[in-house]
Design a binder for this molecule. Structure first.
Ligand code: DX5
Ligand code: ZN
Length: 226
């Protein structure tokens, strides 16, 4: 049986995609001081998603400035196996790839390579991909990620119809890997967070809900349901 979800098991992963990149260090410092457990770094290649964001050098700089931060790196790139070593060396604490981004063989190889680097592993599904696509790897993941927007941009509308997938995945994980975290990414704000948490997720990514707001700590407390 899975442990009953409590406040301490909820983790917030502010997505720096919505940060002011001219003040990235300050912005990261602020969410960490406000108690963020993770820093979510969205990497986009303009192929897997129709946008280009940031990459290896930025992860490296963040790691240098914040040696103890947990860097939750979300790779929205084609054939992620090509870049596993680079992101691990740059200082990622955790790497999540998309199951749609390569062949099953290469996904297996990317996960193995990540673990060899001593970095935690995650796999994600886009909104149109069923939870069952993750099944072959569920036993070996540290985190599964359900997208609640089409990946590519911050500030999109939360897809509430993804909640049955979250609940299904939590059930599947409880059977084979109960300690695995379940993350939700896209449109999470103080209104949608309770829905996400009651569906069974415990790691909340939030970009536009947190950055650009004066009271980041207050919003983060609301996301935790306090
Ligand atoms: C979207 C990214 C998200 C994004 C979330 O492709 O993976 O992490 O930054 O932004 P919000 O919280 O604004 O939906
Ligand atoms: Zn993301």
């Amino acid at each position: 049986m899975r442990k009953v979800m409590n406040m301490t098991s909820i983790k917030l992963s502010p997505s720096i995609l919505s940060a002011d990149f001219t003040r990235l260090g300050e912005e990261i410092g602020a969410v960490l001081s406000a108690g963020a457990e993770y820093i979510h770094v969205d990497v986009m290649d303009g192929l897997f998603v129709p946008n280009i964001s940031i990459g290896v050098p930025v992860v490296k700089s963040i790691r240098k400035a914040f040696p103890d931060a947990f860097l939750d790196v979300h790779l929205m790139i084609e054939r992620p196996v090509r870049y596993v070593d680079a992101f691990c060396k740059a200082g990622a604490s955790h790497l999540t790839f998309h199951v749609e981004a390569d062949t099953p063989e290469n996904i297996t190889a990317a996960l193995a390579r990540t673990r060899e680097n001593g970095v935690r592993t995650g796999l994600s599904v886009k909104p149109k991909t069923p939870a069952s696509a993750l099944e072959p790897w569920l036993g070996q993941l540290d985190m599964a990620l359900v997208m609640t927007v089409e990946p590519g941009f911050g500030g999109q509308k939360f897809m509430a119809d993804m909640m049955p997938k979250v609940t299904e995945l939590r059930k599947m994980l409880d059977a084979v890997n109960p300690d695995c975290d379940l993350e939700v990414d896209g449109g999470v704000d103080p209104h949608t967070a309770p829905v996400v948490l009651s569906a069974g997720a415990n790691v909340l990514v939030a970009g536009s809900a947190i950055f650009g707001h004066e009271d980041m700590a207050g919003i983060m407390a609301q996301l935790r349901g306090r």
